[in-house]
Design a protein around this ligand. Structure first.
Ligand SMILES: [Zn+2]
Length: 84
């Protein structure tokens, strides 16, 4: 029982942390520095966020850079697992 409770709290903490990271979204593409407007619904939907929770890093990629990165860099797939 105790172990399960602890696990549950861990999940809540992770969620809270994730929300905080979302609050601190960059306002530009992490690759080409194109401006990102988080109030623009189309942008929010089409841009890609990569969260590295351990390092507390939030990266934001515009669709163009995201596609280019996927095509060019195979080891990026390690990061894709962390996408929210
Ligand atoms: Zn870009």
């Amino acid at each position: 029982m105790k172990r399960e409770l602890k696990k549950q709290h861990g999940v809540e903490d992770a969620m809270a942390e994730k929300m905080m990271l979302f609050d601190s979204l960059p306002d530009e593409c992490s690759s080409c520095t194109k401006a990102f407007d988080k109030k623009d619904r189309d942008m929010v939907i089409s841009w890609n966020v990569v969260v590295r929770e351990k390092e507390g890093i939030v990266r934001l990629y515009c669709p163009q850079c995201w596609t280019a990165a996927q095509n060019a860099v195979a080891n990026l797939y390690g990061e894709i697992d962390d996408i929210v």
